[in-house]
Write a protein that binds this ligand. Structure first.
Ligand code: CMC
Length: 372
């Protein structure tokens, strides 16, 4: 048996035409379009691009957005189920259970044809923000707010969260956050999604596998951890001491490092610019300055002194943006999922289209007992 690549590092497991990463030069493309160019577009257009492979023209975008808006609502049963969640259930766990619950009511549940998968995918993309916003309000003792019929994806989410329309800048940041989170090749959660689909299981089950994998702190859960770290550090002056104490304890600095990028993650660059923009607009640069001081300390202590190629990843400055958008840390990973669902749906469709069950081997290192 060949050598084992622990964590499947550098293993090419399949072909995809959904996204491309150049980890040396820090390039990310969705369907061949550079992430910097896509960041000017509406989330709906990027979602369409990921699922259908081409950017929509005006009519296609209008029709796709119309389908998404028509599917934004969740029924009273799903809301009631969220009200019944025990105190302290995390947003990602509530979202995961809600997806499972929704699957029981989906009219296409037993149909895995392409058309049915597209319909189910659109329902999931449309309903994710509504579920997360409703759960946020329920956990705050407030009534959920019905989706807005015409606001864009990001603005509608903030509207459902707060009960009032966000500012232009906030709406743009939310839209962009969902775009930047939408897709990233064969990351751990997308791999889980594709493994589930490869057994010819259904999209809802695959998405539940994706959510369960995204949640972990080495993946999407890092965003939550970075928000907590910013709060714990508290002021830019404490950043160095904090990073040194993590190193002394052999712990990781959350929001740094990447399996593929050995340079600055291109999404982190965009988030950093956005974080600075909203900090300036708010006239409160504290969170941004704390983050920058942590980045400087990591550069000095881990990159320059220890030679580790650690740059901020997507979860670092996105956490700063969330601080300024007043997103509670416990909800950070579920926002990541709201963006990522489009990528998962695209990968489900790609996997179904040319499927072979994903079933690698393991090298057995246990004992062999002689047969009796
Ligand atoms: N802080 C300190 N040291 C680190 C970090 C970090 N954040 N990340 C990696 N290292 C060190 C690690 O200790 C190891 O050192 P050594 O060779 O001396 O043992 C070396 O760098 C290589 O690390 P690795 O664990 O082999 O790298 P990996 O490719 O298996 O893991 C990673 C990638 C992202 C899980 C890891 O960098 C990490 O744990 N980062 C912190 C968590 C994080 O921010 N996760 C978000 C990932 S990106 C977006 C997403 O997927 O959601």
């Amino acid at each position: 048996m060949e050598d084992i690549k622990k964590g499947l590092e550098s293993v090419i497991a399949l072909e995809t035409s959904i996204s491309y990463i150049d980890g040396i030069n820090g390039i990310l493309e969705y369907r061949g379009y550079n992430i910097n160019d896509l960041s000017e577009m509406p989330y709906d257009a990027v979602s369409y691009l990921l699922i259908h492979g081409e950017l929509p023209d005006e009519d296609e975008l209008e029709a796709f957005s119309g389908q998404l808006r028509a599917e934004r609502e969740i029924d009273e049963d799903t809301i009631e189920f969220m009200r019944m969640c025990p105190y302290g259930v995390e947003a990602m766990d509530a979202l995961r259970t809600a997806v499972s619950y929704l699957s029981h009511h989906d009219p296409d549940m037993s149909d895995c044809s392409l058309d049915a998968n597209l319909r189910k995918g659109i329902r999931l993309i449309a309903k994710f923000p509504t579920i997360v916003a409703a759960y946020y309000r329920i956990t705050n003792g407030q009534e959920p707010i019905a989706p807005h019929p015409s606001l864009p994806h990001g603005a509608n989410f903030l509207y459902m969260l707060r009960g009032e329309e966000p500012s232009e800048l906030e709406a743009r940041l939310m839209e962009l956050d969902f775009i930047l989170s939408a897709e990233h090749e064969l990351n751990a959660s997308t791999f889980s999604v594709r493994v589930a689909v490869s057994t010819l299981s259904d999209i809802h089950s695959a998405v539940i596998a994706g959510l369960s994998t995204l949640k972990g702190p080495l993946h999407g859960g890092a965003r939550l951890a970075v928000m907590r770290m910013l709060e714990e550090v508290g002021s830019p002056e404490r950043a160095e001491e904090y990073v040194l104490s993590l190193i002394a304890e052999g712990q990781r600095v959350m929001g740094f490092g990447h399996r593929v990028y050995k340079t600055y993650d291109p999404r982190a660059r965009i988030y950093k610019r956005l974080a600075r923009e909203i900090a300036d607009e708010r006239g409160d640069t504290r969170w941004f300055r704390i983050a920058e001081s942590i980045e400087e300390a990591v550069q000095r202590e881990l990159v320059e002194k220890q030679g580790k190629p650690l740059c901020p990843n997507v979860d670092f400055y996105s956490a700063v943006v969330y601080k300024y958008l007043h997103i509670p840390p416990e909800f950070a990973t579920s926002l990541f999922a709201i963006g990522r669902i489009s990528g998962w749906v695209a990968h489900c469709i790609e996997q179904y289209a040319d499927n072979r069950v994903i079933r690698p081997r393991a090298k057995y290192v246990g004992k062999h007992h002689p047969s009796r």
